[in-house]
Design a protein around this ligand. Structure first.
Ligand code: PMP
Length: 434
C-alpha cells in the first residue's frame, strides 16, 4: 500500500488540467520515482516538509533555491501579516520599496540602482534589454540558464516556438573557458551587447575566469551581467561578486532574496539603469507588491547577521565531504560525481553497464525518500538545517549507495526500484531547478 494515496489522487487530477501536473518542470512528478514518492506538499516548517498524506521529510531542494532561511519563519511571517493588514498592492509606491532598494544597494557591489520584478527571468531579461539599449548592439553571449524568455531559451535545443531571428542573436560560450568567449568577440566584432553568465557553475571559477571575462567584455565595450538568480544570497550575502571580488555592470537576483516570496531584482550601474527613465521598458504591475517587499526586507536582515553564511558553508561542507567519503568507501567514483560548492552541492550520475544515469538517479532518489529526505541531486543548505539533518542525509545516501552497488552487480534495477524510473523532460541539456 502506497504511503502517498492523497498525492497520487491529486496527481491524477492535476495532469488533466496542468501540463506535467506542476507549474515548474523540476517540481513535476517526473523528477521523482512515481508511485513511490510524494508529489504534493501540505506545509513546510524550518527545513522540514509535510506532504498531503502526512509524511514528513527533510528538504534539501529548498523550493528550487529560494529557501535560504527556512519555511514558516516567524519573523518573516509576522512582517508579512503586519503588511497584510495594511494592504498588498497599492495605486502608488509603498515606503518599503525605497527601504529594500536602499538595502540592495548597500549589499550588492554593482547595485547603484535597483528595480524589482517577480521572477528571475524577468530580471535577466530586463538586464539584457537595458544592455542592448545601452550599447546599441543586438547579440548576447551567454553561459548558463537564464529563464524562460526567447533570448535565453533560443540558445538551447528546446527552441521550438522561438523565431530563428531571435535565437540567432544569442551565442553561447563555455564556463571556465575564456577562449570560447574570445572566439565570439572575434567572430562578432562590435556586435555583442552583453555577456551574461551564471558566475558560479559546477565547482566555481578557475584561473581568475570571472576577472578575465570582465576584462574581455570591457575591452570590447560590452556590458557584463552576472546572473545571480541562484548564486545571490546563497553563497554570500553579496553573491558571487562579493565572494570572488569581481563587480559586473549589472546583476539579476531572484530565488534566495525572499525566502520563497515571489520577488526578483535587476540592479546595476546608474548610467545603464537610468535608461528605464527614457522608456527602455522594465515595468510590471506587481513589481512593488508589498508582502514580498517586507518579507524580503526581513529575510535580508536575517541573512546579514554575522555568521549566517559561515554556517551555511560549514553544513554544506559536512554534506559534501560526507558524500565524497561514502563514494570512496563504496568505490563508486566512476558512477557518482560530487559537484558544486558547499552551499549548493550534490551528485550527478553516470551510465554503467546496462544501467543509464537515470536508473542510478532513480535508485538514489528512492533511497533518499525512503529515509525521509527530499533531494533532486543538488542540495541547497538553509539556516534551519542542523548537523542532525546532514547526518540523516548521509545515512540515506549510504543506503542509496548500497542499493546502487547492488544494481551494478546484478546489472539491473530489478527488485531494487519500486516506483517508476525518473524521467525528466530535460535530459542534461538544461540545468536543474527550472
Ligand atoms: N537564472 C538562473 C541562474 C536560474 O537558475 C533561473 C531559474 N532556475 C532563472 C534565471 C530564472 O528564474 P525564474 O524561474 O524565477 O524566472
Amino acid at each position: 500500500m502506497s504511503n502517498y494515496k492523497k498525492s497520487d489522487e491529486l496527481l491524477k487530477r492535476a495532469v488533466k488540467v496542468t501540463p506535467l501536473g506542476a507549474q515548474t518542470y523540476s517540481k513535476s512528478y517526473r523528477y521523482y520515482c512515481q508511485g513511490d514518492s510524494p508529489t504534493f506538499i501540505d506545509r513546510g516548517d524550518g527545513c522540514y516538509l509535510y506532504d498531503v498524506d502526512g509524511n514528513k521529510f527533510i528538504d534539501f531542494v529548498c523550493a528550487l533555491g529560494p529557501i535560504t532561511i527556512g519555511y514558516n519563519n516567524k519573523e518573516i511571517n509576522d512582517a508579512i501579516k503586519e503588511q497584510l493588514d495594511k494592504g498588498i498592492s497599492f495605486s502608488l509606491q509603498a515606503e518599503v520599496e525605497v527601504d529594500l532598494a536602499e538595502k540592495i544597494t548597500e549589499i550588492i557591489p554593482c547595485a547603484e540602482m535597483v528595480r524589482f520584478v517577480k521572477n528571475g527571468g524577468d530580471a535577466t531579461t530586463a538586464a539584457i534589454r537595458l544592455s542592448r539599449a545601452f550599447t546599441g548592439r543586438d547579440i548576447v553571449a551567454l553561459s548558463g540558464y537564464h529563464g524562460m524568455h526567447d533570448w535565453s531559451i533560443g540558445s538551447t535545443e528546446n527552441n521550438r516556438g522561438i523565431p530563428a531571428d531571435v535565437s540567432n542573436l544569442t551565442k553561447t560560450f563555455e564556463y571556465n573557458n575564456i577562449d570560447s568567449l574570445k572566439e565570439l568577440f572575434d567572430e562578432y566584432p562590435n556586435q555583442i551587447a552583453a555577456v551574461i553568465l551564471e558566475p558560479i557553475q559546477a565547482n566555481g571559477p578557475k584561473d581568475d575566469f570571472l576577472q578575465k571575462v570582465k576584462e574581455l567584455t570591457h575591452e570590447n565595450s560590452a556590458v557584463l551581467i552576472f546572473d545571480e538568480v541562484v548564486s545571490g544570497f546563497r553563497y554570500a550575502l553579496g553573491g558571487a561578486s562579493e565572494l570572488y571580488d569581481v563587480v559586473p555592470d549589472m546583476a539579476a537576483f531572484g530565488k534566495g532574496m525572499g525566502n520563497g516570496l515571489a520577488i526578483s531584482a535587476v540592479a546595476g550601474k546608474k548610467e545603464i539603469m537610468e535608461l528605464i527613465e527614457e522608456g527602455i521598458f522594465v515595468s510590471t504591475t506587481f513589481g512593488g507588491e508589498a508582502l514580498s517587499m517586507v518579507g524580503s526586507m526581513t529575510a535580508l536582515k536575517i541573512l546579514e547577521k554575522p555568521g549566517a553564511y559561515d554556517y551555511i558553508w560549514k553544513l554544506g561542507t559536512m554534506l559534501k565531504e560526507g558524500l565524497e567519503s561514502l563514494i570512496e568507501q563504496y568505490e563508486l567514483e566512476d558512477v557518482i560525481l560530487v559537484s558544486g560548492l558547499p552551499p549548493h552541492c550534490g551528485v550527478e550520475f553516470e551510465d554503467v553497464g546496462s544501467l543509464d544515469y537515470l536508473d542510478i538517479n532513480s535508485i538514489y532518489s528512492q533511497a533518499m525518500i525512503h529515509n525521509g529526505v527530499i533531494t533532486v541531486g543538488i542540495n541547497n543548505i538553509n539556516l534551519s538545517h542542523t548537523e542532525k539533518e546532514i547526518e540523516v542525509f548521509l545515512t540515506a545516501a549510504e543506503e542509496a549507495m548500497v542499493n546502487i552497488k547492488k544494481a551494478i552487480e546484478q546489472d539491473s534495477t530489478e527488485g531494487i526500484l519500486i516506483g517508476k524510473k525518473v524521467d525528466p523532460v530535460f535530459k542534461r541539456n538544461i540545468v536543474e531547478e527550472n
